[in-house]
Design a protein. Structure first.
Length: 319
């Protein structure tokens, strides 16, 4: 049987897609993440949306989704960014969630801790997987969550190290020792927080409105709401998903332009032929999609950052 992680879409294997997702999710710039695995930007721009759509069409338990999740976890571990003590102590993790959920400035809150939004997603994914298999941990979590902890732990970050993955080609691994953009990215990431995370549109930065809590009628550990962001935490009521008037890449481009030129909002919407109400529907549609399919959110954020970098270097094209 063919390894699903070796399956290709638009010239990119699933393990390569997962590796780039992990690298950018850790905070490395897209060019460095692609160079790390010997991938071309044009291939990525074709393959990333295709992979996101393919994975979004799969059920969570399907072979392809499970293969992607496994490779994403392997890539995270390989890159090695650690958030101590929240990645190993449940009480610290819940305390962080409690403090974050009530802070009036969520972006500043993460920035003060030198965290990026994907750190929270990665921690959530790791704890969810452990809760799914560890009965004792689920019981402990229920007890801790009932106290509604809000004590913020002292955070220590172990920086990631960008290096070719075990599945990267021999040539890519051989070239890894030479000077490259990836080397510069390592120094940049080790030196401080990643500034690009601050540009993420607000509709993707929803926080938990309450701490994960057990169900009211029975202490069922599977009811712990560890999905960030989830439908119930978004700053608007969920609505039936409309047929999108813009593709995911077009929506990412729209958001990037608005973020860089907010004073030209009306002009930008007119150029995209989108009314303000339609933009709100699009935000709801994609936020709803990302809540149920993290892979789609990752692809959207990659597209957003790519367009943001391109627009920043071509300011006359913005607005």
């Amino acid at each position: 049987m063919t390894d699903p992680a070796r399956q290709q879409v638009q010239g990119m294997r699933l393990d390569q897609y997962a590796g780039v997702c992990a690298a950018i999710g850790t905070g490395f710039p897209l060019p460095a993440a692609l160079e790390n695995d010997g991938l071309d930007t044009r291939v990525w721009m074709r393959a990333a949306p295709a992979w996101a759509a393919k994975l979004a069409a799969q059920s969570p338990g399907d072979l392809l989704r499970r293969a992607y999740a496994q490779k994403l976890n392997e890539a995270d571990a390989w890159l090695g960014r650690q958030i101590k003590p929240m990645d190993e102590d449940m009480e610290s993790w819940l305390g962080f969630l409690g403090a974050w959920s009530v802070d009036p400035a969520p972006l500043s809150f993460l920035s003060r801790l030198r965290l990026i939004a994907s750190d929270v997603t990665r921690l959530q994914r790791g704890w969810s997987q452990r809760l799914a298999t560890d009965q004792a941990l689920r019981k402990k979590t229920l007890t801790l969550a009932a106290r509604r902890p809000t004590r913020l732990p002292s955070v220590r970050i172990v920086p990631a190290r960008l290096r070719p993955f075990p599945w990267s080609s021999p040539r890519t691994r051989q070239l890894a020792n030479g000077p490259s953009r990836a080397t510069a990215a390592i120094a940049e990431l080790s030196a401080g927080p990643v500034a690009v995370a601050l540009a993420t549109p607000s509709f993707l930065l929803a926080r938990p409105s309450v701490l994960p809590m057990p169900a009211a009628r029975r202490a069922d550990p599977t009811t712990l709401a560890f999905t960030l962001p989830g439908r119930a935490t978004l700053p608007f009521a969920p609505a039936p998903a409309p047929v999108p008037e813009l593709t995911m890449e077009q929506h990412a481009s729209l958001c990037a332009e608005i973020a860089l030129a907010p004073g030209r909002l009306t002009d930008i919407l007119q150029r995209y032929r989108i009314a303000p109400q339609a933009r709100e529907r699009l935000d709801r549609h994609y936020a709803d999609l990302f809540a149920s399919c993290p892979e789609a959110r990752i692809a959207w954020e990659h597209a957003y950052r790519t367009y943001e970098e391109w627009l920043s270097s071509n300011p006359r094209r913005c607005g």
